[in-house]
Design a binder for this molecule. Sequence first.
Ligand code: NAG
Length: 197
Amino acid sequence: MINIDYLQCNKMLAAITLMSIGVFSASADLPGGDFSWKVTEGHSYPGLSGVWIYDRYSCLVTCYYMKDCYVVDYDIFSNPPCWIQTNKFTPNKSYLVSVPDVTDYILLNVGDKIKDNNCWVITPKMHIPGLKQVEYNTVASCTDYCLKLKDCFVVDFDTMSKPKCWVQTSSKIIPDVKNLKSMDSATNFMLNPKCKA
Ligand SMILES: *[C@@H]1O[C@H](CO)[C@@H](O)[C@H](O)[C@H]1NC(C)=O
């Protein structure tokens, strides 16, 4: 009995380790669905901006919900590993350059993105003071929590805090990009009130 438990525990730990280093990332669900992204291993798209996000899914979610972002590079050896399009251009895969260990993602289902992305306005390297820290550590779980929370229209995802998720709990906080303050480790998300069911 003890031996079996020990073995299963080891298998679980191995799976978690592999997932956290991104070995399963190619088959993992991608925001908008796996068929929404053209995935090119070993290639990088020049001219993207680094954002302080340290998991692949959150990196893709951030671009997916961000206006005019269609390209992501995930580079496990750079700090941060997450690189996203912040200038307006139409991606062209002939601009990809070969770079070992970088995975490039180009969004194909632009229509789906546009349907979904009116909900959150995303501003990297900014935050709103006065939010409440809650027990979530991925962008998706953090923004979903806010979506269901009464009076929540602002989220900060701060990769340097533990946990990383900060949500609005007070109606005294005005969700306006004018109130954003600079913070390198944070990404701010503001919810369109129409998306609150
Ligand atoms: C992509 O770039 C190549 C090389 O610059 C160019 O020949 C091609 O027309 C571009 N494709 C699109 C769809 O813009």
